[in-house]
Design a protein around this ligand. Structure first.
Ligand code: SAH
Length: 573
């Protein structure tokens, strides 16, 4: 729940705008009815997870100072000034305030102000480090010291990071194989660390549990704890409990899971029977249909994923059995479209993914386009034009080694670009793939020209490097007969200078000479240029490989100097 505290007319208007944008159920409004600003703020702070205060930063801090406890627990606080120019993340920057300031700024169209050091310098913040991989920080009280050490550029050692697809760490953070000398330890094992190390527990352990009917929750927990102790493993790294579906109503097992807030899943006997285990039992098989419950359930991760590695074999008590397996982290491949060029046409999600990666693969000119967005320490694998398949394959191979890789391309990465060759190679189950859409050249150009794509349209690449010309020509004919608006990608280069003329000739046979033809070169880039003319008068010489050419359908027209394709379906044929 987000509390909105406003006492002035301007504040109340802004608070209404936030309520309208986020929905009334997400917010609670304070001080609308003559309560003092201070009381309203104190109440909001006590009742909500986060507060947006339309009071000055100083006033807000003075009122809340006595209530401040712990930066990991306290509600996040964002202040918005009376003129609605700034949304300032004031308290709990890494506990939601930085994000909230961004969200407020988006709705109120003002500037988010973020002053936490790691965000300001672009360094991966430690308090949310590995959060999306299920990391839990065991000793948050050490955050400030290690954070300051990294920020000041001092040598810092990390243990256990290479197993995980983590975002980039700055160059002064280097790996070590010795947890005692590490400043940051990522491990599900109860390893020896220095007193000052930050310890993250990754969610990496699946506990397989077998149980006799009527087992107590305490016995289940004792058996699990004995299994974890036998492996020298931390309970903080338990991802979930797993068992056989016959046990789905076993009260002791369910209660044990609930008491530790561990999720519990149940698998079919047939799935578990297929899992290789060290201690299969014919007795268990006769009873349940699978020769192993605990060991097999610990290893089984679903029909397509690789089995988890068994770390602790069956540990038994009179009525329960537990085994522990470690899941194999999967690498992460983000395929990201950067849009046509301008920074404000790059999706916020693309920015987030670029900052989530530790390696960026792409053509050097695209890397330059976003280099300033990358976190310090991000490895860059920039390549020159050509060798696209190889670039896509190398991105997948890197992700397969467990890294977080971003493969970038212009426009939309799935349109005549890297996504398909990459996904062709990412056919295993060892990589998580995320694709982020980008604004493709056809829509970027259509918006420069007007509303060229207002009705059915298609894109055709005139590059015959990967596609025989006969196939391209067949599609142009089909588009001509179908009366589609056509966007031509890769329209013309020094070596390929006749294809565009030929294509336009095919279309001209099916639509009037007055049909609009627009071209846009370097859409949204600093040297953008464009032109709008008709099939009769268009001269392909203005076109090169940085250009997209859009030809209207028989109904398209030029209105007020703009390319317009009408929306209606009720055309005269
Ligand atoms: N993935 C890209 C297309 C790659 S093919 C996208 O979705 O936009 C390369 C062709 O795209 C170029 O030859 C040109 O025709 C077109 N193109 C890409 N960016 C462009 C831009 N900013 N302006 C005009 N055309 C562009």
């Amino acid at each position: 729940m987000i509390g909105l505290v406003a006492v002035t007319a301007s504040g109340r208007a802004a608070s209404s705008a936030l309520a309208a944008a986020w929905g009334d159920e997400a917010v609670r409004r304070y001080a609308e009815d003559g309560v003092s600003a201070g009381d309203a703020l104190r109440t909001a702070y006590a009742e909500c997870d986060a507060v947006v205060s339309f009071l000055a930063v100083g006033a807000t801090v003075r009122v809340l100072a006595p209530a401040l406890r712990d930066k990991h627990e306290d509600p996040a606080v964002v202040c918005v000034d009376e003129a609605r120019q700034f949304a300032v993340s004031v308290l709990g920057g890494h506990n939601g305030a930085n994000e909230l300031a961004q969200r407020v700024a988006e709705v109120l169209d003002c500037v988010p102000v973020i002053t936490t050091a790691s965000d300001a310098s672009g360094i991966t913040p430690l308090d949310s480090f590995g959060g999306d991989l299920g990391f839990v920080l065991e000793n948050p009280q050490r955050l400030a010291a290690v954070g300051a050490q990294i920020l000041s550029g001092e040598p810092t050692m990390v243990f256990g990071a290479e197993r995980w697809p983590l975002p980039a760490l700055p160059p002064n953070v280097t790996p070590t194989q010795n947890p005692v000398e590490a400043d940051i330890v990522i491990s599900d094992e109860l390893v020896d660390t220095s007193d000052t190390a930050l310890v993250y527990r990754p969610a990496s352990l699946v506990i397989g549990v077998g149980a006799s009917r009527g087992v107590s929750a305490q016995e289940v927990l004792d058996t699990i704890d004995a299994a974890l102790a036998a492996g020298g493993l931390s309970a903080g790294s338990v991802l979930r409990l797993a068992s056989l579906d016959l046990k789905a109503d076993e009260a002791g097992l369910l209660e044990a899971a609930r008491s530790r807030r561990w999720p519990v899943v149940f698998h079919a006997a047939a799935d578990l029977a297929a899992v290789e285990v060290p201690n299969p039992s014919p007795v268990v098989a006769a009873e349940t249909g699978t020769p192993s419950v605990a060991e097999a359930a610990a290893r089984y991760t679903g029909p397509t994923r690789p089995l988890a590695d068994l770390t602790v074999h069956n540990i038994k008590s009179p009525m329960a059995t537990a085994a522990v397996a470690r899941v194999r982290p999967r690498g992460r491949l983000a395929v990201i479209g950067l849009g046509p060029g301008a920074r404000d046409l790059l999706a916020p999600r693309a920015v987030k993914e670029l900052r989530r990666a530790s390696v960026v693969v792409g053509l050097d000119q695209y890397v330059e386009q976003i280099r300033d967005l990358l976190r310090p320490g991000t490895q860059i694998r920039a390549t020159a034009l050509g060798a696209e398949e190889e670039r896509a394959r190398s991105a997948v191979e890197l992700a397969r080694t467990g890294l977080a890789v971003a493969l970038i391309g212009s426009g939309d990465a799935g349109v005549y670009a890297m996504a398909s060759p990459a996904l062709d190679h990412a056919d295993g189950d060892d990589v998580d793939v995320v694709c982020v859409p980008g604004i493709t050249a056809a829509t970027a150009a259509s918006n420069v020209l007007g509303a060229a794509l207002g009705h059915d349209h298609c894109s055709i690449s005139l590059s015959d490097l990967h596609t025989p010309w006969q196939a391209i020509e067949r599609r142009i004919r089909a588009a001509a007969e179908g009366d589609f608006v056509v966007s031509f990608y890769n329209p013309r280069s020094r070596q390929r200078d006749w294809q565009l003329g030929k294509a336009l000739g095919i279309l001209a046979a099916h639509r009037p000479g007055s049909t609009p033809v627009g071209w846009v070169r370097n859409a949204s880039r600093p040297d953008e240029s464009w032109g709008l003319t008709t099939l009769d008068t268009f001269d392909p010489v203005v076109v090169d490989m940085y250009t997209v050419v859009t030809v209207g359908c028989s109904q398209s027209r030029i209105v007020g100097g703009r390319f317009v394709t009408p929306r209606g379906y009720t055309w005269a044929q």
